[in-house]
Design a protein around this ligand. Structure first.
Ligand SMILES: [Zn+2]
Ligand SMILES: [Zn+2]
Length: 166
């Protein structure tokens, strides 16, 4: 699947520098535990007006649009970054049985090792056109950028209101 860029209520931001990476195909990253290569896609949650989280077990990415009508009442979703802990209980579990958590990280699709956000600098900056013009990778899994690994992403996986306990 391909992520759709939405610019609700305003004009599209001017693309240039790192923005170019949004419109091309997936890039190739590497796991430094098992050396497997994998495809990944860098998502700018500012352009998307979204927040995100990773599954604490398999590393799948959950993208949460700030414009979704499924956001439960009373949930304060702060976009452009990883979710807050207060949002975690409102999200459906991952297909693998894990949970989407603020502190979780993407994982290698082969050995399931947590991908280091610092080690990822090597391939993310090498693949980002804007890096030549001074753009730098954020070096964490909580800032405005997130990645999806091998296309593993779920969107707006909010629980139905009646499922939320406590
Ligand atoms: Zn690996
Ligand atoms: Zn999972």
């Amino acid at each position: 699947m391909r992520l759709v860029q939405l610019f609700p209520g305003g004009s599209a931001p001017a693309f240039g520098g790192y923005g170019e990476s949004m419109s091309k195909s997936d890039d190739i990253g590497q796991c430094y535990s098992c050396n497997a290569r994998f495809s990944y896609f860098l998502v700018h949650n500012g352009f998307n007006d979204s927040a995100y989280a990773y599954c604490d077990t398999c590393g799948m990415t959950s993208l949460l649009s700030g414009w979704s009508k499924k956001i439960p009442e009373g949930v304060e979703l702060r976009i452009h970054q990883v979710i807050s802990e207060a949002v975690e209980p409102f999200l459906q579990k991952c297909f693998c049985g894990g949970s989407f958590k603020k502190g979780a990280s993407p994982r290698c699709p082969r050995c399931s090792s947590v991908l280091s956000a610092v080690e990822a600098t090597k391939y993310i900056e090498a693949n980002a056109p804007g890096a030549r013009m001074g753009w730098r990778w954020q070096q964490d899994w909580q800032g405005v950028y997130c990645i999806t690994v091998e296309g593993r992403v779920i969107s707006d996986n909010w629980k139905e209101e009646k499922e939320v306990v406590g």
